[in-house]
Design a protein around this ligand. Structure first.
Ligand SMILES: [Zn+2]
Length: 68
């Protein structure tokens, strides 16, 4: 039973962390940000991984394909 509780706790922790910091792949040239799994992001060589809110602060727009 103890194992189950700690397992659930880890899941909850991961969820709340993900809600606070969502990492996106940001292209500083086009100012478009992608989700990590987007094929544009995988191909993009000059893209950087930053927080979604930081990308927005830099004037970033979500990718039309993946929604950012
Ligand atoms: Zn994309």
């Amino acid at each position: 039973m103890k194992k189950v509780i700690s397992f659930l706790l880890i899941i909850c922790l991961n969820f709340s962390l993900a809600a606070f910091a969502e990492t996106v792949v940001f292209n500083p040239d086009s100012k478009i940000y992608h989700s990590l799994s987007c094929h544009h992001a995988v191909r993009c060589k000059k893209c950087i991984k930053i927080d979604k809110k930081d990308a927005m602060k830099k004037g970033g727009r979500p990718c039309k394909n993946c929604g950012g």
